[in-house]
Write a protein that binds this ligand. Structure first.
Ligand code: CP
Ligand code: NVA
Length: 302
């Protein structure tokens, strides 16, 4: 039976660990210039309803390196942009391609697509989750810290798709997570409830200092996500004090690492100084999108 990757919990802990192992192997092969054509002759359809740099490039290059091919489909240039039902698009796409990656607004839309699709569907970001990003983030933590177990993760900023994904990750992988958001910008209530039911070790606070104190990994993201551009100014006010700067970093462990999925607004949610400091593993994180997504595609589409 085909498997989708719409959120982390679509795969078991064992499958996710196997993806990290395969990603490490594929990264080593790519660095050594060794061929690794695990998806020879296969095609990935990539549907984008939102902008992208890293997701588009890493999936497209990843398919090429795996011996396959990727099709970039901006929704505005497809019939979906003219109102063709998702389920009709999904049923047709599955007759041409071997997998689909979608970046869109609603998680329900991705779920509707996957429910009728004969081929695996990968979530390339919705308003609710960004599971591929979290896999790249954890791969990067493993590279820098040896493992994710026994580490304290801290989220400072908006309770957005990335915050929701970190909550899922804390639940699935079992690490401690502290989430600091301004009041009114908390993560999704249902996501929090499910994590609590699963016994996840997460604290929610409005105090960034409390979240950062003694943490191993500090994480943030933009204050206004794609689709929230009109709220930019109002959010800038609400998020004052929620910046990752050197004062906040000084509260964390001396060897803490700082992450950001990018794109960043330098000197808003994170200072230029932190992004360029020895703590930043942000560009390794961006690179690992390529390696971990190759492992995800090879796992789902082989
Ligand atoms: N982090 C991330 O998904 O980047 P893009 O929006 O550039 O794809
Ligand atoms: N939260 C951001 C992530 C971008 C990769 C957004 O959805 O715009």
């Amino acid at each position: 039976m085909k498997k989708d990757f719409l959120c982390l919990s679509d795969l078991s802990l064992e499958e996710l660990e196997q993806i990290f192992a395969l990603a490490k192997d594929l990264k080593a092969k790519q660095k050594a210039g060794q061929q690794h054509h695990l998806l020879s002759g296969k095609t990935l359809g990539m549907l984008f309803e939102k902008s992208s740099t890293r997701t588009r490039v890493s999936f497209e290059v990843g398919m090429y390196q795996l011996g396959g091919h990727a099709l970039f489909l901006a929704s505005g240039s497809t019939q979906m942009g003219r109102g063709e039902p998702i389920r009709d698009t999904a049923r047709c796409m599955g007759r041409y391609v071997d997998g689909v990656m979608i970046r869109t607004y609603s998680q329900d839309a991705v779920e509707e697509f996957a429910a009728v699709s004969d081929v695996p569907v990968i979530n390339g970001l919705t308003d609710m989750f960004h599971p591929c990003q979290i896999m790249a983030d954890l791969m990067t933590v493993i590279e820098h810290k040896g493992n994710y177990r026994d580490l304290v993760f801290c989220w400072v900023g908006d309770g957005n798709n990335m915050a929701n994904s970190w909550i899922n990750a804390a639940s699935v992988f079992g690490f401690e997570l502290r989430v600091a958001t301004p009041a009114g910008y908390e993560p999704d209530a249902m996501v929090k409830e499910r994590a609590a039911e699963a016994g996840a070790n997460i604290i929610y606070t409005n105090d960034p200092d409390q979240a950062a104190r003694g943490a191993d990994v500090l994480n943030t993201d933009v204050w206004a996500s794609m689709g929230q551009e009109t709220e930019q100014q109002e959010r800038k006010k609400a998020f004052t004090g929620y910046q990752i700067n050197m004062e906040l970093v000084a509260l964390a462990k001396p060897d803490c690492v700082v992450m950001h999925c990018l794109p960043a607004h330098r000197d808003e949610e994170i200072t230029d100084e932190v992004m360029e400091s020895r703590h930043s593993i942000i560009f390794d994180e961006a690179e690992n999108r390529l390696h971990v997504q190759k492992a995800i595609m090879a796992t789902l589409m082989s």
